[in-house]
Design a protein around this ligand. Structure first.
Ligand code: HEM
Length: 211
């Protein structure tokens, strides 16, 4: 039975929808550049006022990691310009290092309660961990393991997308207050489970195969 180990093995519309939503959310996150936080991210005003460095580091750098995903998973770019892939990989890693540490601080100081704080805090820890392991494998030229850990890292980076899909659904069903803490877990745990499923499904295929 053929295994689906590469992104291009999945239906084109699924892959396109994933990358387009990643890019749209990354670009939309920079709305703070054209209007006041109080206007465009009112729920984040306390972070902006009380811990501006951590807040702006996070919202300035996390979208870069998200926007880099389609490029880093492009077989064409990786084959044609491996040096570009390596430099963008360093940028992805640096963005996540700073956005992950600041995200951890924002999680610790969130006003949405302990369930949300632990959900987002663990997401930060797993984000930093999976990305760090992925980069270490790349530096040691262990490409098969690099690929596996990068898929895990990407699943967590895409939490920025899933969170923003669930937020309006939560708001119109049980309301923001009740849904937000659950969404802080729902945004990434199923992503990680899906990534593991994809990886297990592809096991047995040539490990050099790229996502
Ligand atoms: C995957 C690991 C991530 C973690 C742990 C994380 C954590 C956080 C936390 C704790 C907050 C404040 C939420 C609150 O206080 O309730 C926040 C806000 C924010 N994050 Fe992240 N984040 C992550 C990834 C990303 C990514 C990839 C983006 C890229 C778009 C992003 C963009 C933002 C933005 C724009 C805000 C301001 C909230 C808003 O959109 O209105 N984050 N993040």
């Amino acid at each position: 039975m053929p295994t689906k180990t590469r992104i291009k093995d999945y239906p084109k519309w699924v892959v396109t929808a994933m990358w387009v939503s990643a890019l749209l959310i990354a670009v939309g996150s920079y709305r703070f550049l054209i209007a006041d936080i109080a206007l465009v991210m009112p729920a984040m005003l306390h972070h902006a006022l009380e811990r501006p460095l951590m807040f702006y580091l996070h919202i300035g750098l996390a979208p870069i990691a998200l926007a880099l995903l389609p490029l880093q998973f492009s077989n064409g770019l990786r084959k044609a310009r491996p040096a570009v892939h390596r430099w963008l990989g360093r940028l992805y890693g640096a963005a996540i290092l700073l956005a992950g540490v600041s995200g951890l601080w924002l999680a610790y100081t969130t006003e949405e309660g302990p369930v949300a704080a632990v959900g987002l805090g663990l997401l930060s820890v797993f984000w930093l961990w999976t990305t760090g392991v992925a980069i270490r494998h790349a530096m040691a030229r262990r490409i098969a393991q690099h690929r596996v850990w990068m898929i895990r890292s990407a699943a967590l980076t895409l939490a920025a997308v899933t969170l923003r899909i669930y937020l309006p659904i939560g708001a119109v069903t049980v309301g923001f207050e009740a849904s937000y803490p659950i969404i802080c877990w729902l945004a990434w745990v199923p992503n990680l489970v899906l990534a593991e499923w994809i990886l297990r499904r592809g096991r047995g295929a040539p490990m050099g195969a790229t996502a």
